[in-house]
Design a protein around this ligand. Sequence first.
Ligand code: 4AD
Ligand code: MG
Length: 478
Amino acid sequence: MFNNRVKISQLLTWEPAQQEVTVMGWVRTFRNNQFIALNDGSTNTNLQVVVELGKFDESLLKRITTSAALKIHGVVIPSLGKGQKLEVKATSIEILGDSDSEKYPLQPKKHSLEFLREIAHLRFRTNTFASVFRIRHSLAFAVHKFFHERGFLYLHTPIITASDAEGAGEMFRVTTLPFDNPPRNEDGSINFKEDFFGRSTNLTVSGQLEGELGATALGEIYTFGPTFRAENSNTTRHLAEFWMIEPEMAFSDLEDNMNLAEAFIKYIIRYAMEHNKEDIEFLAARLAEEEKQLPADKRSDMGLVEKLEFVVNNDFERITYTEAIDILLQSTPYKKKKFQYEVKWGVDMQSEHERYLVEKHFKKPVIVTNYPKEFKAFYMRLNDDNKTVAAMDILAPGIGEIVGGSQREERLSVLEARMKEMNIPAEELWWYLDTRRFGTVPHAGFGLGFERMVQFVTGMGNIRDVIAFPRAPKTAEF
Ligand code: 4AD
Ligand code: MG
């Protein structure tokens, strides 16, 4: 039986009083044939297990190597050593799994994140990744808690779809056709009628369109699932497979949407700050150490903990796209020609512009609204100026865009006209348009990139370090 074990995180809260206990975990270090630092993944604080000299066979002690798995039975006693209240004096030691330390690629020293990405199957065994994944779990749990408390239903939207929700054409195809000799139509094009679904299908880029169908009957829904984008972006902010949370609310406008997004972000950060204090502090220290290597002007003004506190305790800035462009046109980097990309009303902002707004000008998260319709999706509600749409992007310090959302175009004729303008095939989206035909209502929603959120809370610079097994261009090893 294994479930009589006590988790180390729990055990460390006990008052030592000669209690008998069984612990299991992996060896981090074994010093002087006497002190085992044992870790079971529940906390970064290792349990010190004391092995009395002469009590165990030499042959057993030899097998206590870094990463060997042990089952230890012992007695909880006060620790004489510094830095820990208690330790376990071993009465029995069972080796559950040996580990050849010569071949084990992780040594008890600091490894680079790049190296750890190459051994992503083992990187959970480092303190950094253990902290990241405990925080990731808490954030995911908090997502469900937040929406559940507000009466949103968790809707599971499909992963395989026949539509391109974002109209951006960055999709992975799903097919069972033989790619060396696919069935063809008379004109030479591929005959998808013979494909598995009898049509061309792909992995979803967003659950929004289906989410709108749910919201316009159930009231308020959210999705939380994997999302796929075949954009060839090799950046620290892009994945080909990422997780997105997409709430959708009937009877709501852009302002309701901003309020929801801001409350949501603050709630899940607060939840992690309360439940993962130790892990956030560990990562904060790690980040502070890393930043010492940077030139002074590249360092952040605030530590990780301060930054999170600041974000949950202050209102996000809310500005329109037009105001954002005005600020950029007045800015020093613009005047000194330091921006690489053009700043002009009607041109999409690049990350250098977003960073300036968030990190230099406002120094806090910024919600930018009412973008020109030209570079936003077809479903966003057209404003009365006929030039802008009721879009909102939330930009976060160090991350850039973390949320994209909008009030939706609920007027059938306006929506149809927009689709025509943008070459979105209305016949394929007949089911989506039906929501506008039968009792249409103002509604709004947004998408939060979960990994970008995890980056924000953990301070990890590369998105590949906050998802267990990253999928990115030329990257799908594990
Ligand atoms: O702005 P996006 O493309 O919005 C949508 O997909 C809408 N359908 C959402 C909605 O209104 N329901 O994506 C939303 C968010 C972005 O703000 C970003 O945080 C994240 O998803 N995201 C990515 N994260 C990691 N890797 C990528 N390639 C991402 N693309 C978008
Ligand atoms: Mg976007």
